[in-house]
Design a protein around this ligand. Sequence first.
Ligand code: GUN
Length: 275
Amino acid sequence: MAVLIDGKAISSQIKDELKAYVAEKGLSDKLCLAVVLVGSDPASQVYVNNKKKACEYVGIGSKSFELPETTGEEELLSLIDRLNGDDSITGILVQLPLPLQIREDVVIRRIAPEKDVDGFHPMNVGRLSIGEKGFVSCTPAGVIELLKRSRIPVEGKECVVIGRSNIVGKPMAMLLLRENGTVTVAHSRTKDLREVCKRADIVVVAIGKPKFINREYIKEGATVIDVGIHRMENGKLCGDVDFADVESVAGAITPVPGGVGPMTIAMLMSNCVYS
Ligand code: GUN
């Protein structure tokens, strides 16, 4: 039976450490995250609220900017310009996805890289890829933190990342490489995904398909990290991994909910505090 990697407990521990650091260094009045939400997507509203609550918990400021669904690109860009130039704002987060009339890549590039706490700006992506300091995308940073705090070594291990998105798969591969893992990035066009996956000591699944990965993909004793989150017909949440099936073969596994999800916010707070 696999060891359960408790992301909820680990994320609470990180937030408590950040809270203590903010208090000790007197950073409370010096840090403020601007959270920008365009439109009224219910999932995005939940995420944004959780981010604001986390700021409050850690003891840093947050300011919310909620714009209507019909907002034009220029209007959003001029808000970002204003936030970039406002010294009281130390982090800027524009919740994705954006409505179709707004180009996400244009918006991401407009955020000043030194306030880009999501780590999405090409400058921060580039820094990660050449091993320089910079903001790192929160979900993959959270996965690394889960592995470290669960004492699961990466060095020399076969790591397979399933998914190649800019937000998760690609930065995940870079981070595992930085930890001296041997990294394979698999995706929807990968041939023999099952065989590729079965080589892995550590599998990070960000494929976007509910319960896609079953025990046939997993080597005995492997660590399985599930980045997916889906709402099933019965209202319950599940990941990209068929947890009940994989649990009996894996060495360690993250649950959904309560695995990677809470870590994303903890790492956002870490980016805000160490900005
Ligand atoms: N939408 C889904 N995940 C994220 C994230 O990590 N940051 C932002 N800004 N939007 C998201």
